[in-house]
Design a protein around this ligand. Structure first.
Ligand code: ASP
Length: 176
């Protein structure tokens, strides 16, 4: 029931536009904290030159409960920017970017390295298993992460659905 999306969201494009502009004006000092101290030009390992790959990327996640009472989760990402070829983010890692079981389903978005460190999807799922409403579980999960980390989560359980995020990066909406 949702409209199809083939593009990067306006919010991600805007974040990316601001970063590229800051990089052009201030140089490496404008890189996100996790890249400070790294020589991006030296370690860059894509065939395409760095300047041509200043592209925005985004993540989409979905959580579902079917008519037979089974939960499912799916996720797809363009990764984070900047990143090197070969990076594996949280999105394909069970327990980090996604988790589903008999109590519900959870999908996360945001800084993959931090999400993996905390196995965030599993943390939120655990709260669902203990009876927390998905809205409360998502909020508590986001609150577990360091304050400067971009993060968002969506979740569903038999009690309903919910979403929480530090930036406008996760919404909760229902499709029948
Ligand atoms: N979590 C994704 C990654 O780190 C990025 C995102 O959700 O925006 O690859």
């Amino acid at each position: 029931g949702f409209p199809e999306h083939h593009a990067v969201s306006p919010a991600a494009l805007e974040r990316h536009r601001r970063l590229v502009q800051a990089l052009k004006q201030q140089g490496k000092g404008a890189l996100p904290a996790r890249w400070r101290g790294a020589d991006l030009e030296r370690v860059w390992n894509f065939d395409t030159p760095l300047d041509e790959v200043l592209r925005a990327c985004d993540t989409v996640g979905a959580v579902a409960l079917d008519a037979a009472g089974r939960f499912a989760v799916a996720g797809s990402t363009g990764g984070s920017w900047p990143m090197l070829r070969g990076r594996v983010g949280d999105t394909p890692i069970a327990g980090a970017g996604f988790f589903a079981g008999e109590h519900g389903a959870v999908a996360c978005t945001g800084a993959g390295e931090e999400i993996m460190r905390r196995t965030l999807a599993r943390e939120i799922y655990q709260m669902l298993a203990l009876g927390a409403h998905p809205q409360a579980a998502c909020e508590a999960g986001v609150a577990l992460m360091p304050k400067d980390v971009e993060v968002g989560a969506i979740a569903i359980s038999r009690a309903g659905h919910g979403a929480a995020a530090r930036q406008p990066m996760a919404w909760s909406a229902m499709a029948e």
